[in-house]
Design a protein around this ligand. Structure first.
Ligand SMILES: C[S@@+](CC[C@H](N)C(=O)[O-])C[C@H]1O[C@@H](n2cnc3c(N)ncnc32)[C@H](O)[C@@H]1O
Length: 208
């Protein structure tokens, strides 16, 4: 039998999809940045809705999720929309970069996240950091990505740590806060906008 937390989190997983309002707010914000050949990664892409929307705008888009059923769903949706494999690519795995467990802070957060937020039914789907990297499968490195999105299932602290530690300077993170709007910003990350177009999305930039 599932515990209360597991029931709540399973329910959260089933219903938690970025809404149209947020998607369109992000698309128009990203387009206004006027980047050329920009790449996009949704960390925890679920059924791929955000990745596919960005691919339709011409961004080279990637999605990682440790739920293989969700990734299969993403691939089906990509085909139905007639989007090429070159433009939208998906991989099963953990979006935590391999290097995460190499620093003390990374290890602390991994332990905390595992203890606090990991959903038991996802355990067998989850990959340990040292396992096969979805980044390798996609042929990308975290620090090459221009635009990120996260509707976190673990917590803002982990996402912000990964972004501050591994993204390149100037990279942009669209964050949909879940657990707290008052998340603590790392010193090298600046919040440049909040609630864009009346949505719940924040825009963060990795500083030099
Ligand atoms: C709230 S849903 C968001 C789905 C999609 N990004 C959207 O906004 O519609 C979070 C997703 O992140 C995935 N996820 C959570 N932690 C993950 C991790 N460490 N590595 C890979 N996927 C993860 C979950 O399986 C789930 O599909």
């Amino acid at each position: 039998m599932l515990s209360r937390r597991e029931r709540e989190e399973n329910k959260f997983l089933e219903v938690a999809l970025t809404g149209k309002e947020e998607l369109e707010a992000m698309v128009s914000y990203a387009n206004n940045l006027d980047l050329s050949n920009a790449s996009f990664l949704d960390m925890g892409c679920g059924v791929g809705n955000v990745v596919l929307r960005m691919a339709l705008e011409g961004y080279k888009s990637y999605g990682i999720d440790y739920d293989k059923d969700a990734i299969a769903e993403s691939e089906r949706a990509r085909e139905n929309l007639g989007i090429s494999k070159e433009l939208a690519r998906f991989a099963v795995g953990n979006y935590y970069p391999n290097e995460l467990h190499q620093t003390e802070e990374g290890r602390r957060l991994l332990k905390k996240t595992t203890e606090q937020f990991r959903v038991k039914r996802d355990k067998e789907k989850e990959q340990k950091p040292e396992w096969n990297s979805p980044y390798d499968a996609l042929g990308i490195r975290y620090r090459d990505i221009d635009l990120f999105y996260s509707y976190p299932y673990d917590n803002e602290e982990m996402i912000l740590h990964i972004f501050s530690e591994f993204a390149k300077p100037g990279a942009v993170l669209f964050l949909r806060p879940v657990f707290s709007e008052e998340y603590k910003l790392p010193s090298n990350v600046e919040r440049v906008d909040r609630n864009i177009d009346g949505s719940v999305l924040d825009v963060l930039v990795k500083k030099d």
